[in-house]
Design a protein around this ligand. Structure first.
Ligand code: NAD
Ligand code: UGA
Length: 459
């Protein structure tokens, strides 16, 4: 197999952008180009203000851009010159036709395969970096091999496990790198070529190789298991609220059992982000497709509990605030789906805000990084919504403070100053359990954590 020199990544998003920057950082001998059909995104990658916020990303891009890392819209040139092509395009849930609301929309992936066939002048390794339904490689292979130029392509699955907010750390020091390929010698050679890229900085024992189908399915299962833990603890948070138990104490105690482990047991308003819901729904669709309705229902319940948790949060607010929030100002602290990102895709804050707007509350939304995206997400919403990066302004004259994202910034606020500016009685709802509830109660707040007894001054 020809030596790898030029790497192309198709798709300059949350995965393609950071992943290729980290590969460029560790592998100065490779020339890496990231292409996208979105010219504005590429312009931003080439500017001082990158299109996504990710701690540490600016520094990595500054080290590599123009040296061995290039962002471009010239897809034909990129494909022609590449020895290996990572496909990192979006795979959203289908919104139309057969499988709508569940299946992955594979139009973007198929389009990249057709672009590769159109522009390639020699055979290449094509790497599935996007998260895809199991057996997508078969369809991709059929599109790629059906070329009239006699070119042979090798398909490798190399799913990405980075989490937003810690992407650079996750890429620099991954817990594992998974590479799936076909069993034949060419397939194994392609797997080895991809593995060699990672061996520049990842220990060999962390690079695991499997069949194509196992690799594709593992990615969906990893996300499903992570999301399932969150729904499990959130379901228990509802029971804690009814019984007076404290969900954090339960999490800590069960998490000390090494068979369970402590991570991903933080109760809150539910999981968000572009992938958990989409990947579970895709898993549900696959189970239905393969005639496994019981398995499909099992995984679907993970999404059901997630939706229930956001609904339940607003119902708790209503009940506490005398069954009405109409024309009351509610300060929303945090709109991003988690801390350290500006990403608001499928953020549970959106469900909470929409429900509060349906109750005719007026909202003042504050987020350190996600206000532009918040404006877009709520662009079509009826009602009174304002946006400010200043949490004190958001809380001024509000009836309730609602914490929806676990940004450390919100843990460091002057809550006495905020209390002075609030309507009384002052309500605080902590949807992430990251504030000091008793101390806030002592200041004078009526505090409603998640999955714990409330701290109220009411008789
Ligand atoms: P994204 O929407 O941020 O980026 C995808 C990019 O692909 C977009 O910029 C889009 O313009 C571009 N694109 C689409 N079709 C194209 C084409 N034909 N040619 C060139 N560019 C094209 O998506 P993302 O968050 O980076 O996710 C990409 C994939 O990675 C998805 O399958 C996702 O499930 C998976 N994934 C995402 C994360 C994450 O944290 N966001 C983590 C692991 C895996
Ligand atoms: C997740 C996975 O963690 C990554 O491994 C995967 O690569 C990625 O999805 C993907 O495929 O897109 P991400 O969505 O970026 O990463 O962030 P997470 O840290 O997993 O958080 C997801 C959501 O769960 C957030 O809304 C977070 O607030 C919530 N969460 C997380 C909880 O409510 N409780 C927890 O204990 C942990």
């Amino acid at each position: 197999m020809k030596e790898i020199r030029n790497i192309l990544c198709i798709g300059a998003g949350y995965v393609g952008g950071p992943t290729m920057a980290v590969i460029a950082d560790h592998c100065p001998e490779y020339r890496i180009t990231v292409v996208d059909i979105d010219a504005r995104r590429i312009d931003a990658w080439n500017s001082p203000r990158l299109p996504i916020y990710e701690p540490g990303l600016d520094q990595v891009v500054a080290r590599c851009r123009g040296r061995n890392l290039f962002y471009s819209t010239d897809i034909p040139k990129g494909v022609r010159e590449a020895d290996i092509i990572f496909v990192s395009v979006n795979t959203p849930t289908k919104t139309f036709g057969s499988g709508a609301g569940r299946a992955s929309d594979l139009q973007f992936v198929e389009r990249t395969a057709r672009q590769i066939v159109e522009y390639a002048q020699d055979g290449k390794i094509v790497v599935e970096k996007s998260t895809l339904p199991v057996r997508t490689a078969q369809a991709l292979s059929r599109v790629l091999q059906a070329n009239a130029k006699g070119l042979r392509f090798q398909i490798v699955s190399n799913p990405e496990f980075l989490a937003e907010g810690t992407a650079i750390q996750d890429l620099d020091d991954p817990e594992r790198v998974l590479i799936g390929g076909t069993d034949d010698p060419e397939g194994q050679e392609a797997v080895e070529a991809v593995a060699r890229i990672y061996t520049h900085w990842v220990p060999r024992e962390k690079i695991i190789t499997t069949s194509l189908w196992s690799s594709e399915l593992t990615k969906l299962v990893a996300n499903a298991f992570l999301a399932q833990r969150i729904s499990s603890i959130n379901s228990i948070s509802a029971l804690c609220e009814r019984t007076g138990a404290d969900v954090d104490q339960v999490s800590q105690a069960i998490g000390m059992d090494s068979r369970i482990g402590p991570k991903f047991l933080r109760a809150g308003i539910g999981f968000g982000g572009s992938c958990f819901r989409k990947d579970i729904l895709n898993l549900v669709y696959l189970c239905e497709h393969y005639g496994l309705p019981e398995v499909a229902r099992y995984w679907e319940s993970v999404v059901d509990i997630n939706d229930y948790q956001a609904r339940r949060f607003v119902e708790k607010m209503l009940e506490a605030m005398f069954n009405t929030v109409t024309e009351k100002k509610v300060a929303i602290l945090g709109f991003a789906f988690k801390a350290n990102t500006g990403d608001t895709r499928d953020t549970p804050a959106l469900a909470v805000c929409r429900q509060l707007l349906a109750e005719r509350a007026s909202l003042a939304i504050c987020d350190p990084r996600a206000l532009d995206n918040a404006r877009q997400e709520l662009g079509d919403a009826d009602g009174n919504v304002s946006y400010t990066p200043d949490p004190y302004l958001a809380c001024q004259d509000a009836h309730a403070v609602v914490l929806l994202t676990d940004w450390p910034d919100f843990q460091r606020l002057d809550y006495r100053r905020i209390l002075d500016s609030l309507q009384k009685p002052a309500f605080l709802f902590d949807g992430r359990n990251c504030l000091p509830h008793q101390a806030l109660f002592n200041l004078g707040y009526n505090v409603y954590p998640t999955g714990k007894p409330p701290w109220t001054h009411f008789p």
